[in-house]
Design a protein around this ligand. Structure first.
Ligand SMILES: NC(=O)c1ccc[n+]([C@@H]2O[C@H](COP(=O)([O-])OP(=O)(O)OC[C@H]3O[C@@H](n4cnc5c(N)ncnc54)[C@H](O)[C@@H]3O)[C@@H](O)[C@H]2O)c1
Ligand SMILES: O=c1ccn([C@@H]2O[C@H](COP(=O)(O)OP(=O)(O)O[C@H]3O[C@H](CO)[C@@H](O)[C@H](O)[C@H]3O)[C@@H](O)[C@H]2O)c(=O)[nH]1
Length: 436
């Protein structure tokens, strides 16, 4: 099939590349000229495991192209995906300015039987509004379908190629047939293709993210409770997870959820509820618990150092909002960095992939290290924000040698308290008794 992907970010690039890899002819469009030029040279603008090889292979095979020219890409396409960003506006609602500008740019070039597929996460009613807008702009009926995306950064290719389900919101048989054909190669086992109204599809995306966020805020609150009642959240987590009604997924406590999806989607769903006079009590609590959890290491560090915090050297391992990505959107590490800088600390940071993005935001206010051990040189404490694999089994003797004081604040529970006692570290983690 001939496909135009409007928006070549995390979702557009992964989706476009994977669809090219299953034999389609895909043109990825973006308004960011520099991004397109780099992609044309085989330089991938984001870190996503496995993506680079897949882009190069499909580009070389001639199935994957990159352009800033919307007209030619859209005119020859049967399916036009909209994968532009839908960030949070001031009031928490989804800001649709990129989406509307994309809709306007494709309208004059749509082929008569083309289907516009909304991949971006959009509030309920947006598909219907796009349908109306395209009718007004073109003077005819244009097919519009919702097809929310459920991939996770850091595991995006696998998630796209082996989805748990594909959800589409359609009003025509033509759109349903095309999308079923497109996703056929990914649904060869027992995974369902779920067809519903656009409104239900739009809601499905928000409800999925809201429930996953709820699990995280719930376990974080329970972790804080464990800490005060002298329990261990890891034992409790295992104790509940073996109950198959509960399970283990998305119940890891930490420094709160970040990224470009959970925070904004919980807020956007709450905003949708308020617009129809429903007080979103659960959603507001989930967001509030998460905002507080992002300060959990701040509380521990400020309690430990007290008035002696200003002027201390604090090392940070992990800046990305999760491992296996360079994405720092709404990353909990940034909240900690802002606090430490405000307190007059010297902050040394390390992340395997996100340093460049952090540098763009903080410049010379931080010290950047490409090696985790180098970041510990002379540090009064280490704070861990992201559970990168390489942090799991470090050389504790070398860590102690490099640090001024052997103190760790672990926001991802990477180590066992007993192990840290043996290595003679002061060790504070989430929802477990501290080693002092
Ligand atoms: N990031 C994820 O893991 C993820 C997963 C599922 C769904 N989503 C949703 O997918 C959408 C895209 O998210 P993202 O993280 O890929 O965003 P992103 O910011 O990484 O990428 C968006 C891209 O769209 C481009 N763009 C903006 N306006 C354009 C226009 N008029 N024409 C062409 N290109 C344009 C931007 O330059 C940018 O490159 C959002 O609605 C998001 O909620 C994201
Ligand atoms: O047990 C857990 C699981 C995750 N997180 C945090 O939650 C955030 C989000 O993680 P994850 O869901 O793995 O990454 P995303 O790429 O944000 O993916 C989410 O958001 C996407 C965008 O909507 C959806 O497509 C995915 O299905 C959904 O998982 C990160 O900060 C994680 O550290 C925890 O704190 N504890």
């Amino acid at each position: 099939m001939k496909i135009a992907m409007i928006g070549t970010g995390y979702v557009g690039l992964v989706t476009g590349t994977c669809l090219a890899d299953s034999g389609n002819e895909v043109t990825c469009v973006d308004i960011d000229q520099a991004k397109i030029e780099r992609l044309e040279q085989g330089v991938i603008p984001i870190f996503e495991p496995g993506l680079s090889e897949l882009v190069v292979r499909n580009a070389q095979a001639g199935r994957l192209r990159f352009t800033t020219r919307t007209a030619s890409a859209v005119a020859s396409a049967q399916l036009i995906f909209l994968a532009v960003g839908t960030p949070s506006a001031e009031d928490g609602s989804a800001d649709l300015k990129y989406l509307w500008s994309a809709v306007e740019s494709i309208a004059p070039h749509l082929a008569p039987d083309a289907v516009v597929v909304v991949k971006s996460t959009v509030p309920v009613g947006t598909n219907a509004a796009i349908f109306a807008k395209l009718a007004a702009l073109t003077g005819r009926v244009c097919d519009v379908a919702s097809n929310p995306e459920f991939l996770k950064e850091g595991a995006a290719i696998n998630d796209f190629q082996y989805p748990d389900r594909v959800v589409v919101g359609v009003r025509s048989e033509h759109a349903e047939t095309l999308l079923q054909e497109l996703y056929g190669p990914y649904l060869r086992t027992d995974k369902p293709f779920l067809s519903m109204t656009p409104e239900s599809a739009e809601l499905t995306k928000y409800v999925a993210n809201a429930l996953l966020s709820t699990k995280i805020s719930f376990i974080n609150e329970m972790a804080n409770l464990c800490e005060r009642l002298k329990g261990d959240i890891n034992d409790v987590r295992r104790g509940i997870g073996h109950d198959r009604r509960i399970g283990f997924q998305f119940l890891f406590p930490g420094v709160g959820y970040g990224g470009s999806c959970f925070p904004k989607d919980v807020r956007a769903l709450a905003n949708m509820a308020r617009k129809v006079n429903l007080e979103p009590r659960m959603l507001l609590a989930v967001d509030e618990v998460n905002n507080a959890q992002k300060s959990v290491l701040i509380e521990k560090i400020s309690t430990y150092f007290g008035e002696a915090l200003p002027g201390r050297t604090i090392a940070i391992w992990g800046l990305a909002f999760k491992p296996r990505t360079d994405d720092i959107r709404e990353a909990p590490a940034l909240v900690l960095i802002d606090y430490l800088l405000e307190q007059g600390c010297r902050v040394i940071v390390h992340d395997p992939e996100a340093i460049e993005n952090v540098k763009q935001q903080y410049g010379s206010r931080l010290i950047y290290c490409t090696q985790p051990m180098d970041a510990l040189e002379g540090a009064d404490a280490l704070a861990i924000n992201t559970e990168w694999g390489e942090f799991r089994n470090p050389n504790f003797d070398e860590m102690r040698r490099r640090m001024k004081q052997p103190v760790i604040f672990d926001g991802r529970n990477l180590y066992e308290p007993e192990q840290m006692r043996q290595h003679q570290f002061v060790y504070h983690s989430i929802g477990r008794i501290a080693v002092e």
